[in-house]
Design a protein around this ligand. Structure first.
Ligand SMILES: Cc1ncc(COP(=O)(O)O)c(C=O)c1O
Length: 373
């Protein structure tokens, strides 16, 4: 299998540890090990005594039990823990798809959600989010029409990277209905779940409502713990589960023991962890709302309904990628050009799950005043 370069990850490889003001990251402000241990009396000593042998390949029973509490119909044996969400995407596509299968992928996408299927030799249809007057719109008719005899899977991501689009309850039900009617697999990337600005907008996990759905979760985004590299899938489809469990023997075999332990502590204290992150996002959003109101002739804000990232549009006849490069050179502020999503050069990704958003935005505003007005 020949995989194309993961453009976004190559972009981050170039800038992430050099640019001082990162304003496009998709994770929430990370916690330290100490902060996680402080969530629970005795956790520090338990970590020190933690066994560093090989762990159970499907994930420790204690961790899978904590993860399963997030779901209503899934039990610990239906959770398969991976090294981040990325390993799970790679594994799912490898076991579920064959050359010549047709896959429908929500577009724009986090590249691996498409790229692995492409490299396997699948036919891909891009289910494109459209720029509407009031933000992003999804065309359900397209999905219905795109299904063919060889369609194997639908891949969705909600809350969405990069737009922050959140499928509505009725759209979600329609997607499930379509998948069920055609007996399709539904791979549902839900790594930004719990970051909905209005709790009533939160969707159920796809695997809780559809028996052929594979729901993807991770500690990296909403929980602010990407360094743990703990992700998982939850599915009631036994065939897919068993095949993914066997595939893991060729990737990571099992997970990091200390990471599993820390993930378990964080999940037991999820209310506190998630409240801290959502609180940060909401206060950063107020700053962004003010900013985009001040410069509403320069940008279309496309305010998200969930998550720590947005995909605003530059309303200027200028090359967005050039602006991003000039911005990082002059002000050290990193925003991600839409070209890395193959979505033209007038969009850019903003990240606002971090504590230094105010400082980033001040420098961005200086740049706007000096160069774009
Ligand atoms: C939608 C989506 N899925 C999966 C991943 C991969 O997550 P991880 O870094 O935990 O492997 C990302 C990371 O940015 C993402 O945005």
């Amino acid at each position: 299998m020949k995989l194309n370069e993961f453009k976004l990850e190559r972009f981050f490889a170039k800038y992430e540890f050099k640019a001082p003001y990162l304003m496009c990251c998709s994770d929430c402000e990370a916690f330290t090990v100490q902060e996680i241990l402080d969530l629970e009396p005795g956790a520090g000593n338990s970590l020190k005594a933690h066994w560093l042998g090989y762990t159970e390949s499907q994930g420790s029973p204690a961790l899978r039990t904590e993860i399963s509490k997030l779901y209503s119909k899934v039990n610990p044996d239906e959770i398969l823990v991976h090294s981040g969400a990325e390993e799970a995407i790679f594994s799912f596509m490898n076991v579920a798809l064959n050359p010549g299968d047709h896959v429908i992928v929500q577009f724009p996408y986090y590249q691996s959600l498409y790229e692995v299927a492409r490299a396997i030799g699948c036919e891909i249809s891009e289910w494109k989010l459209q720029q509407g007057n009031r933000g992003w719109e999804l065309d359900l008719d397209y999905l219905k029409q795109a299904i063919r005899g060889n369609t194997k899977a639908i891949v969705i991501n909600s809350p969405h990277n990069p737009t922050g689009y959140l499928i509505s309850h009725s759209e979600f039900e329609a997607v499930i209905e379509i998948a069920r009617e055609k007996n399709l697999l539904l791979f549902s990337d839900e790594v930004y779940k719990y970051l909905e600005y209005a709790e009533s907008d939160r969707l159920p996990w796809a695997c809780d409502v559809y028996e052929n759905a594979v729901s993807l979760g991770v500690m990296s985004k909403s929980f602010g713990l990407p360094g743990l590299r703990i992700g998982w899938v939850a599915t009631r489809n036994r065939e897919i589960y068993t095949a993914m469990a066997a595939f893991k023997d060729y990737t990571t075999i099992c997970n990091s023991a200390p990471s599993e332990f820390l993930a378990e502590v964080a999940l037991r204290n999820k209310k506190q962890v998630l409240e801290r992150n959502l609180g940060l996002i909401k206060s950063n959003l107020e700053l962004l709302d003010d900013f985009f109101l001040r410069y509403d002739s320069l940008f279309i804000w496309n305010r998200p309904k969930a998550g720590p990232i947005a995909f605003p549009k530059l309303n200027l006849d200028k090359n967005g990628e050039d602006i991003c490069t000039d911005l990082v050179d002059k002000k050290g502020v990193l925003i991600l050009p839409g070209t890395y999503y193959d979505f033209g050069d007038s969009y850019f990704r903003l990240g606002y799950g971090r504590k230094n958003l105010k400082a980033c935005l001040e420098r961005f505003e200086e740049y706007v005043k000096e160069n774009l007005l």
